[in-house]
Each structure stands twice: as C-alpha cells, then as structure tokens.
Design a protein around this ligand. Structure first.
Ligand code: GLC
Length: 556
C-alpha cells in the first residue's frame, strides 16, 4: 500500500486522543481547564503523533454527568471559553494536521434543556413528543438501568403531568424520542452546525440506547436505531465526505456489527472494540494470550470503509460486562480486588498503570500491544505519561483528574488554589512530582518517549489499520503473536504477556526467499522469511518485525 493512500479514509489509520477541556489546561487561572489552554497544547499533541482529537462534551451543561447532560447542543459552556475559542482550537489542530471530533449526544438531554423544561410542563407542549412518556405505572426495570448505584428504574414519575418519562442513564437525563421525525431533524441540524464550525466528525454516545423497543403502557414504542444512523450517515456524507462517526456500542460482536450497517457500511464508520479490550485484560490477568486471540478470531469481518477503534482505557469505568462472571472475578482479583476499586459489579475505576503495579515493562508491553492490534488506537489523556487514578474522586470520575504537565502547583494544570479545581490532582506515587509531561518529554527513556515512538511506528504501518490480521502460533500460550498484511507490506508483532523470559520459534512466514525479517525499531536483519527463527522475549517483552523485500528502501 502506498503511504499516499493512508490520507484517504483517514480513520483507518488514525491515532485518536480523547480529552476533557475541563481537566486539560487552565489558561486563565480560574481553576477550570479551558479552550485557550487546550490551544496552547495542540503542538504537544502533534509532537506525540496524535492524528485526531476527541473532545469530551464542552456544551453548556449543569454538569451532573460531567457534561454528558446537555442544555444547549449548539453552545460552548462559558467556563471553557466561547465559540471563538473552540474555532481557534479546531483551526490550530487542522493546521498541525489533526482532525477534531466531538461527542454527539443524541440519546438524551439534561432535564434542564429547554425542550424538556417545556415538555414536562404539559402533555400538549410542542416538545412533549421529543421525549418518551407512559401514563401507567411502569413494571420493574431495575435490570435495565446503566448506573445501578443511583437508579432503580428507567422510568421517572413526573409529578406535574402524572406521567413517567424514560431515562436509561440518570433521571436527570431524559431519553430523546428518536422515533419522532422532528427530533431527527433537530439531530441533523446539530450535526450540520458542528460540521460548518469545522468538526471532522463525532463520537456518538450511547448508541445502543437510542430508544429501540420500550413498553410504554400505551403499547410498544419501537424505533429502529439503525434507520436513524443510516439517515445521519447519509446526511453526513452529503455534507462532508471525510467526516466520521465513531460509535460507543458496547455489545457482543454479533449485535454490534449491525451498527456498521449490515454489509452496506452505511451507519457508523468506526466502533470501539469493547470485546477485545475486555479480553485483553483477561489475557493480562492470566498472562495468557488465548483470551485475546480467541476474541479477535471471533471479530466479525468488516467492510474496508469501516474500522475498529482499539483502546485500553477510556473516561468511564473499565467495563468487564462482556466477560463471564468467573472471568470478571479473575480480572477483579488481579487488578482491583478491593471493592472500593470496583463499580456497578461490572467494572474497575482505575487507570492502567496502577492495575499493572506500576511495572514499566508491563505497561510498555500493554501499549505496544495496543498499537499493534488491527484497528485505530485510541488514548485517553494522561495515558502517554502513565497517570494513575485518584480514588478520592467518587465513582467513575476517579480517572478524570487534571492532566499532569509538570511537578509544579496542581501539576501545572492551573495556577488557582487547589480547592478551585474541578477535581483534585492525583497524589501519592502517581502525583505530578513523579508523573508529569515536562520530565518525561525530556527523557528518552520515559513512557512518553516509548509511546511516542510506538505511535510513529504505528503510523508507518498502514497494514495494521487496513490489512489482513492473522494470529501466529509460536507454541507458547503467554505470547501473543500476530501478523498484519496488505499487498507487499507486512508487520509481525510478538508480545510476551508473562513475567518470565521466553524463546519462541517463529515459523517460516510463507513468503519467498526475496523477503527478510527486520526489526522494526533498529532495522537489524533477523533472518530470511523462509527460515524458522528463534525470538527471545524478556519478561513482558515485545518485538515488532517487518517483512522486507530485497532492495526495498528502509523506513527511517
Ligand atoms: C456514555 C458516556 C458516559 C456517560 C453516558 C451518558 O456511556 O461514555 O460517560 O455518562 O454515556 O451520556
């Protein structure tokens, strides 16, 4: 594949970086991160090698779910700046070759959104049907709530009209009625607006919850979320051919794959691979590559225009809901046995490094694996320096502490008094004096430097994003070995998930004698591809190999 082709369908080869403006950098000393602060750090992100920024919600919001509760889908929360500051961020990112996508929240609004304020006033409000109501007592739906620590039903009685409204998330987040064509029109208008502002696409929140099939008492209320996504996609593509929809769809593969658009590729362009992420943790816990290998073997085939977004952590709890109860318990036992570290009976409220006991070899192996897996890798801010969680912050928010730029006051995030920050900076072993950008960017041996080289290596291997994936059996269950191929290019990666060194034999690759195996980092010649080759891996060691045809130029 020619490198020039990687700029077409850019999402096939993207390195996505998710951040929350609120906790990234405070430029005016009021304690809250802002868009002007983010603008100052665009070059930092470009230097790291990120190609796409995903901005968590920056819209006006009462902040009862960290901005995932929106009161104005067209606005910028004043605490972060004004729309002009957002345009400056987008323009600067574009200038540095980065795309910008934003969270698109169409499953629900805040209960303070003017639509809902009007809708709940009377059954005849013109916005009444923007939401989903029932006039009879709902049955027990406690098994359908997303946040079982706070909610026990997906229906909430609204005293004024004596009817119940639907909310899969918190009761202050009423679900929009996407079966209503007027709501679909609103959604399309919102998308159009942000595309005109300069956004390059959206991370689509909570897709499986788009009202699909609920019993309202008055009968079954059914919408087909797939038809909605088709409409949205068709519109998006008409307006901006290269804009992307990256969906949050945490479902088993068989159900999930339908959101790419049943063989048509006409719904979401990308989806996070929750199944592979969860299997990766089981593999880490066991020091055994098989759970991940078996999961990737089940991964459905997708059209070349679609892509998986791979990730190790995100802004929510590390959900393990697709594992069996026993498997989940194994991961809990290894990475968060204390109930204080667990959430909702399904997840862990931790970042990766503390889960891996801060072992630098294991952490680097984990990220090398991430960047080598077929798909487009996604990072959550602070992962590149190995930030830890702050368990003093309640619930899921423990991983959303301020970004650690330096060892100075508030980790260089803000000059304000610590009491004014949205959340406290992480302390103890992961405090800014030990974990910060300033130290790590100057240290060629740091995690930051390691991740930076992995990103740049990944960017020179489009076959990982585009190519055919194949697991390789090297006869050691602790080693995850795989190959990605596209036309003449191929990369092989080996990751030792176990603590002990191991020597494995890589079988002949099946290529002709013109092809040799070369180490992707130092270009050392290993062997001709026709010979079996012994590879030594340290405990938690990894190797990336390229298959190079005689006479082919080396990527520097
Ligand atoms: C998604 C987000 C989560 C949010 C929820 C409700 O799951 O990732 O952070 O709370 O949607 O919008």
């Amino acid at each position: 594949m020619r490198i020039t082709e990687t700029s077409d369908m850019w999402w096939k080869n993207a390195v996505v970086y998710c951040l929350d403006v609120e906790t990234f950098l405070d430029s005016d000393g009021d304690g809250v991160g802002d868009l002007a602060g983010l603008a100052q750090r665009i070059d930092y992100l470009a230097q790291l090698g990120v190609t796409c920024l995903w901005l968590m919600p920056f819209y006006p919001s009462p902040q009862r779910d960290d901005g995932y509760d929106v009161t104005d889908m067209y606005g910028v929360d004043r605490r972060y700046g004004d729309p002009g500051h957002l345009v400056e961020v987008i323009r600067t990112a574009h200038d540095r070759g980065m795309r910008v996508i934003a969270d698109l929240l169409v499953n629900h609004t805040s209960d303070k959104h003017p639509w809902f304020v009007s809708a709940r006033r009377s059954t005849t409000s013109r916005y009444r049907d923007y939401y989903v109501w029932r006039d009879t007592e709902p049955p027990d739906t406690s098994d359908q709530v997303v946040f079982p620590d706070k909610e026990d039903s997906i229906w909430e009685l609204d005293e004024r009209t004596g009817e119940w409204y639907l909310h899969h998330f918190y009761r202050h987040q009423p679900d929009l009625n996407v079966a209503n064509p007027a709501v679909v029109e609103e959604i399309i208008r919102v998308i159009e607006y942000w595309l005109e502002v300069g956004m390059d696409g959206f991370r689509v929140d909570a897709v499986p919850f788009f009202v699909s099939d609920v019993e309202t008492g008055a009968g079954q209320h059914a919408t087909d979320p797939h038809r909605l996504l088709e409409q949205v996609r068709a519109f998006l593509v008409r307006r901006r051919g290269d804009a992307v929809l990256l969906g949050e769809v945490n479902l088993p593969y068989a159900d999930q794959v339908r959101f790419f658009g049943d063989g048509e590729g006409n719904q979401l362009h990308m989806m996070f691979d929750f199944a592979a992420m969860q299997a990766t943790y089981l593999s880490f816990a066991r020091g055994d590559a098989r759970p991940l290998r078996d999961t990737l073997a089940r991964r459905p085939e997708i059209l070349p225009t679609c892509q998986w977004a791979t990730f190790l952590r995100n802004h929510d709890e590390l959900t393990l809901d697709q594992l069996s109860e026993d498997e989940r318990q194994e991961v809990f036992d290894s990475f968060g046995a204390d109930p204080e570290l667990q959430l909702y009976g399904r997840g862990l409220r931790r970042r990766l490094p503390p889960m891996l006991d801060g072992d630098p070899r294991r952490i680097r192996m984990a990220y090398s694996l991430l960047f080598s897996l077929p798909g487009s890798p996604t990072l959550f801010y602070g992962e590149e320096i190995g930030m830890g969680e702050n368990l003093d912050i309640p619930g899921r928010m423990s991983v959303r502490s301020p970004m650690q730029w330096s060892s100075g006051r508030n980790g260089g995030f803000s000059s304000a008094a610590p009491s004014r920050l949205p959340r406290p900076v992480t302390g103890d072993g992961y405090a800014p004096e030990h974990v910060n950008v300033a130290d790590q960017t100057r240290d060629p041996g740091s995690l930051w430097s390691c991740i930076r080289s992995l990103i740049w290596l990944r960017r020179t291997c489009p076959e990982i994003g585009w190519g055919r994936y194949e697991a390789i059996d090297v006869g050691a269950h602790q080693v995850f070995a795989h190959r990605c191929d596209l036309e003449q290019a191929a990369t092989i990666a080996l990751h030792n998930l176990g603590p002990d060194p191991v020597v494995v034999t890589l079988p002949p690759t099946g290529d002709d004698e013109e092809v040799e195996l070369v180490d992707a980092f130092d270009h050392a010649h290993l062997a001709a591809a026709t010979e079996p080759v012994d590879i030594t891996l340290d405990g938690y060691g990894y190797r990336w190999l390229r298959l190079r045809r005689a006479g082919e130029a080396i990527i520097p």
